[in-house]
Design a protein around this ligand. Structure first.
Ligand code: LMR
Length: 400
């Protein structure tokens, strides 16, 4: 049966973890996968999460099946976070225009949305940014879509090709699904400005494109409200229908709980009810219904004022530390005598820096120095700390 099965390549991001774990080099540093580590190099268990888990343990309940679309209080908390802090969002929620389902991480939200869209509009094409998170292409391809790109990164100028982005969107056929990074673009770390978003939104609207926002890093750029502001812009511009995938993997440091969501903004309450019924079929036929723990933790934190304040503080702490590491990395590269200008690292946002290093340099970083980043040149700044940064800088200085 399996004699013709080909060996698939390793996943470009998660496959690096396997390689990293097998590397005996005691000085190895994992800057591959997008995971935040604290200054001691430890994966944090947030105090707000620990407190919520304690509350849940103290009032431990049996675990029945969840509803197909997840815990109602969790879906409501997600809606509050994504849409609830501004008037247009509150109006959309009050009008019942938003269908939200609990999903297995942000990836799960993307997949449920992709499967639903494939049934809805089987002939559509998907556009992702050039470059984008490696799994965007793979996920939408596996959902059956042809996947192409819109211009985004300008390698020569270490910035954005905004004119190219607009031109590509303008040329897209009506109904094309456009995957957009709500904040902290993965992998480049370059976001478009609010006024550029207005221009993008105007084109999406005029061309009848289907926006699918991936919001995996809310709170890692400038703040929770600031990073989520693009949602307000979509609603304020009168975009009737769009998708938002949410992830709490990073912002709650709950990677292994697979806790995320998909929200679909619809034109009316009636439409939202019909969309929700279809999302539920997608979920039921994939994994039946979601797991309990992570969503309960997130809902408890978001709905308990003291825990929510604690979460916002802890998230701010992660954001500030990443920014410090960006500055330190740029400064130390200069101090190490690297002539190439790396000051762009401090202008990028979120967990990643698109370093500009090529595949051969990234391979050399891995094989000679035990410094693991993605072949595209992406490094996870959130995994740098005051102990490992000198080794990383010395290694980069050697390969450039
Ligand atoms: C990443 O880009 O490293 C993260 O989003 C983790 C993943 O699933 O790839």
């Amino acid at each position: 049966l399996f004699s013709a099965v080909e060996l698939a390549p390793r996943d470009p991001i998660l496959g690096l973890n396997e390689q990293f774990n097998a590397d005996p080099n005691p000085a190895k540093v994992n800057l591959g996968v997008g995971v935040y580590f604290d200054d001691a190099g430890k994966l944090p268990l947030l105090a707000c999460v620990k407190a919520a888990e304690q509350q849940l343990t103290d009032a431990a309940k049996p675990r029945g099946y969840l509803p197909i679309d997840g815990i109602a209080a969790y879906d409501k908390a997600v809606q509050g976070l994504v849409f609830g802090s501004f008037a247009d969002g509150q109006a959309a929620l009050a009008a019942g225009r938003v269908a939200t389902v609990q999903a297995l991480g942000g990836t799960g939200g993307l997949k449920v949305g992709a499967d639903f869209l494939k049934k809805l509009n089987p002939g559509a094409k998907v556009l992702i940014s050039d470059p984008s998170w490696e799994n965007h292409r793979a996920l939408f391809t596996n959902a059956g879509f042809p996947v192409e790109t819109y211009a985004y990164y300008d390698a020569a100028n270490r910035g954005l090709n905004f004119a190219g982005m607009l031109a590509d969107l303008q040329a897209a056929a009506a109904g094309t699904i456009v995957v957009l990074h709500a904040c902290c673009h993965n992998p480049t770390g370059y976001d478009i400005t609010p006024s550029q978003w207005d221009e993008v939104i105007a084109v999406l609207k005029a061309r009848g494109l289907v926006p699918f926002l991936d919001m995996a890093y809310q709170g890692f750029g400038d703040g929770i409200a600031e990073d989520g502001a693009v949602i307000r812009q979509f609603l304020a511009a009168g975009v009737e229908s769009f998708f938002v995938a949410t992830s709490f993997s990073k912002s709650f440091s709950l990677y292994g709980e697979r806790v995320g969501a998909l929200s679909v903004v619809c034109a009316s309450k009636d439409e939202a009810a019909r969309v929700l019924s279809q999302l539920k079929i997608t979920i039921r036929t994939n994994y039946s219904n979601p797991p309990t723990h992570g969503a309960q933790v997130v809902a408890t934190v978001l709905d308990t004022p003291a825990l929510r304040a604690q979460w916002e503080d802890e998230l701010a702490g992660m954001r500030v530390r990443i920014k410090q590491m960006r500055q330190l990395l740029a400064d130390k590269l200069v101090a190490a005598g690297v002539k190439q200008d790396f000051s762009f690292i401090t202008r990028q946002r979120g967990m990643f820096s698109y370093s500009g290093l090529n595949k051969a340099q990234m391979e050399r970083l891995r094989s000679e120095f035990g410094v693991y980043g993605v072949d595209s040149g992406r490094i996870c700044v959130a995994a740098l700390n005051t102990r490992n940064i000198d080794g990383v800088v010395a290694a980069i200085a050697k390969v450039v």
